[in-house]
Ligand binder design. Structure first.
Ligand code: SF4
Length: 314
């Protein structure tokens, strides 16, 4: 046995939630019509070079339904399909703190009315939070299991510039510290394959270990239809990591993260439809199985190479 009473050699968030709530917790992805300052002209109109029309890997589509209707339909569908009992409302597409705080309060609270919703997860940019917004989220987190997910992608400013993030690492650090001061859980998103060396990617892991972030979501850089990255790929200006290198790098990264850090994702999700490259990312399960096998082959596990780990994982 490794993490959460399973044979997983990393602290998989879904298993962590199952232990915490005594039942599998399903995320309901919601679309509240948010935008992003890196796309609407406030910072730039181009957005991050990998961002597609859905707002960066999102699967939420509102079809003009209210938040409450989206939650009700999502919960019923998951109950019918998986006999699901508990849910987290998940604002994923674009920057979900990018509205005035009064509007945010109405939106977030609408997502929490369903009796089986136990938590809230909000994806955003680190430059889209302020004291009032964090106070609101901290207030909600007293009654609901709440996470803020910050897109970081890399700790290296040269990389953030290259992908047109529109913020630097210091901006993330300020948001992170302000969020943690309020006791809110933070999940940090990183992307592999951003023209960085292996050492540079692993420096991001070491920094996240130093910060003891609560959660990490790892993506492989991929070209989706209609993105600037897809145009670069088609022009032959970028190539992507192969699957074996990605698997090895994920394992190296996990070994550096503290065992307490929950792992929310290790590969892209539902990307098949718009995916141009790398094609191997379309078979997510294969990739996850390879990561499991590589950790097993190394006789390794998350936290093996970090000094930050306080808990016994075996
Ligand atoms: S911050 Fe997110 S939504 Fe905004 S441009 Fe970048 S990936 Fe797209």
């Amino acid at each position: 046995m490794f993490f959460n009473g399973t044979d997983k050699r990393y602290n998989q968030f879904s298993a962590y939630l199952k232990n915490k709530f005594g039942a599998k917790v399903y995320k309901i992805t919601l679309d509240a019509g948010f935008s992003c300052p890196n796309r609407d002209g406030t910072i730039s109109t181009g957005g991050c070079i990998f961002c597609d029309d859905g707002g960066s890997f999102s699967q939420a589509h509102s079809n003009m339904l209210s938040i409450e209707e989206q939650v009700n339909i999502g919960a019923q569908t998951l109950k019918n399909r998986f006999k699901a009992q508990k849910f987290m409302s998940y604002f994923q597409a674009y920057s979900n703190t990018y509205k005035p705080v009064g509007e945010l309060e109405t939106i977030y609270k609408s997502a929490l009315k369903h009796p089986d919703v136990v938590g809230l997860s909000i994806g955003t940019r680190p430059d889209c939070v302020d004291e009032a917004k964090l106070d609101l989220i901290a207030d909600i987190s007293r009654d609901y299991y709440t996470w803020l997910e910050y897109g970081l992608q890399s700790i290296h400013d040269k990389t953030l510039k290259k992908i047109n993030r529109g913020h630097d690492y210091d901006c993330f650090l300020r948001a992170y510290n302000n969020t943690k001061e309020r006791g809110i859980n933070v999940c940090t998103h990183v992307i592999f394959g951003l023209w960085e060396t292996k050492d540079e990617i692993l420096e991001t892991a070491e920094e996240l270990a130093r910060l003891k972030v609560d959660g990490v979501k790892i993506h492989m850089l991929c070209a989706l239809q209609g993105t600037k990255l897809a145009r670069l790929y088609e022009a032959g200006e970028i190539d992507f990591m192969n699957e074996d290198d990605y698997v090895n790098l994920v394992c190296d990264f996990l070994e550096l993260l503290p065992a307490e850090t929950t792992i929310h994702r290790l590969a892209g999700n539902g990307l098949k439809k718009n995916l141009i490259a790398p094609r191997w990312l379309g078979a997510k399960l294969d990739c996850l199985n390879k990561i499991d096998r590589e950790l097993q082959k190394r006789n390794s596990y998350q936290g093996k190479n970090t000094l930050q780990t306080d808990i016994n994982v075996k």
